[in-house]
Design a protein around this ligand. Structure first.
Ligand SMILES: [Zn+2]
Length: 306
């Protein structure tokens, strides 16, 4: 890839796949933002019967002294069920099953810990706070999910092949090794399943499904917009090219085609969009094969024999 093409590509990439509502712009992020470029196979063979992967998950709940963010244990158990639906070929809302989209990843709760710390809760998404929090709470051999005030970023996930300079730790190996303490996901406490704040929008627990897709290497469908070939986008051939995040209701999105000169209409029911949870229902067969190949390449301990 030429430097020019790489530069053009980076203009459309979202560092650590922060989801934006409206206010925070990429320009405000520091200059050590990572270069997230899909490096997995462009056309991985579609595999229907992946061997099961058991993924331990560790929830780290940060909450304020007034109780804000102190989510219930049972919410996290229910949230884990949602991950299991989505990563076993099911529509996490309607629970329909389709074999080509079965990633066959089984999530089991490994640990849940609670930390009362107003400063950590409020600032967890800031680059200079993340290393302190993660080093204190990280559990090895587990998918670490930090629940706190991520606010307008909604969620932040480290992508396995991402070259991320860590604030205060400039000499860490890149990409980060499988069990590195910096890996994992931050998710806003208001975006978990049964959210009252985002009732009717993001209350089915699919934002963590989306972030977990990033954790296994999936990018947004709207990566790169309508410009360039597939390598400008999510690197997956069976997802359409599309623009932006409509974040609209399902009826508004029906038949939406943001790149009319390119093949296929938008796939707004894909888990890797950030549309309302009631609209999102699936990964594509290409996404499932892609993420399983990424797991083989970057998380061999988790994957076992590939
Ligand atoms: Zn995202």
């Amino acid at each position: 890839m030429t430097n020019f093409k790489r530069l053009l590509l980076l203009m459309f990439l979202i560092p650590v796949c922060a989801e934006k509502l409206i206010t925070v712009t990429e320009a405000k992020l520091p200059s050590y933002s990572p270069n997230a470029i899909p490096t997995g196979p462009l056309e991985p063979p579609i595999v229907l019967d992946w061997p099961v992967i058991t993924q331990p998950i560790s929830f780290h709940v940060l909450y304020k002294s007034d109780g804000t963010g102190n989510v219930l244990n049972q919410t996290l158990v229910k949230q884990t069920e949602k991950l299991n639906y989505a990563f076993s070929g099911k529509d996490a809302v309607k629970k329909k099953y389709t074999k080509p989209t079965n990633a066959n990843i089984k999530f089991v709760v490994n640990s849940i810990d609670y930390t009362k710390n107003d400063e950590w809760f409020s600032n967890c998404a800031l680059w200079n706070y993340q290393p302190t929090i993660k080093r204190a709470l990280f559990r090895p051999n587990s998918y670490n999910v930090y629940i706190c005030n991520v606010d307008v970023n909604l969620g932040l996930s480290l992508i396995p092949y991402q070259e991320t300079k860590i604030y205060g730790y400039p000499n860490e190996p890149m990409p980060l090794p499988e069990n590195h303490w910096y890996l994992g996901t931050l998710i806003d406490h208001k975006l978990l399943v049964d959210s009252k704040v985002f009732k009717g929008r993001w209350s089915q627990g699919l934002m963590l499904v989306h972030e977990t897709g990033h954790h296994y290497g999936l990018m947004h469908l709207y990566q790169g917009g309508c410009i360039g070939d597939e390598t400008y986008s999510d690197n997956i051939m069976d997802t359409p090219r599309q623009v932006g995040n409509p974040s609209k209701s399902c009826p508004q999105l029906k038949g939406y085609d943001s790149c009319p000169k390119l093949a296929r209409k938008d796939d707004n029911s894909n888990y890797m969009s950030i549309n309302y949870d009631s609209c999102r229902s699936h990964f594509t067969p290409g996404q499932v094969s892609y993420l399983r190949h990424i797991i083989c390449d970057y998380k061999p301990k988790l994957a076992g024999l590939c």
